[in-house]
Design a protein around this ligand. Sequence first.
Ligand code: PLP
Length: 373
Amino acid sequence: MSKKLIYADHAATTPLSATALAAMMPFLREEFGNPSSLHSWSKKPREAVDEARAAIARCIGAEPEEIYFTSGGTESDNWVIKSSTGGLMVSSYEHHAVLNAAANVATEGRQVCYCKPKMEGSVWPDKITAAWQDGIKLVTVMAANNEIGSRNVIGDLARHAHAKGALFHTDAVQAVGHVPIDVKQDEIDFLSASAHKFNGPRGVGFLYMRKGLSLHPLMNGGQQESGLRAGTENVAAIVGMSAALTDNCDNIEQNTAHLDRLKEQLLEGIASLSKDVYFPGSKFDYQLPGFVCASFPGRSAEAIVQILDLKGVAISAGAACDSKNTQISHVLKAIHLPRNFAEGTVRVTFGVENTEDDVKGVVDAFKVALRKV
Ligand code: PLP
């Protein structure tokens, strides 16, 4: 009998849900019309795009006209950063989609400064104040970190940025569909999201932009997305994203309860295998559901990941390795994790389809790995 493969790397990407696939199918085949055409083939695709926009808006407390479809998180982040004007503050533990876009605008002479997370893995308003410079017009801090799963109180950060005269953008790629988000309540100006992180298809995402704000188009061309993001809509992907997000948001409480049970079970399992372990990003109980980041000091994360892979379990390492150097990730550096802990840091991220048996399989694989490395 072939062994069951266990996928526990949902922060990297998630499988497409059956609901999303079913919603997409008609638009991949019979309803292939271009939503911008004048003839009747455009009707269903156009209506589907409009419905998807409204459904996605509902999931985050926005208005439909505040949602702009993009190719994913990277594009949404780049759009906000490259098309806004004035000084920019970004947190130092953002995803590279934000950090490299910020570095790019800095080379063109734009003012860019960095605020820092605290050691427990969150950015607080006082960190914005500490790094503040005159001229900052946009602050960008992620809603949840992709390596350690720690969340930020984005409403407090947005209000703090506003009090200082700046707009607020959040990369919510890891948070949307997993924790409740209300852009109005949290006074968010811009928010980036990506469908493949919440059981939607790859290569599609959206940018929320508060009504009354504007950005230069990142892409020039036709009049799609109010003339701000040109290009024929990927109707099937947009519909799949909407179906996946609606499904996740409708079930967010049950999903969270399930994922937190799996997380608890894994934490107990790891604790039974090793006392010498630290869990970055887990303080304050304010971490993403089903997310475990574990540091085993003095061990090699890469070796752990490889042994788990041989056992049929997919997880991630927190340090990117090549044959000569272990490069510590900028996130682990930003939270001042000592090098020997960082080198042994792995990430296990469960999804709704994982079961308690999967967790047992992960713990058994860890047992083998921790004996060997
Ligand atoms: N931002 C964060 C926090 C992410 O985790 C990712 C993907 O890993 C991205 C942005 C990039 O998103 P996409 O893969 O949709 O371009």
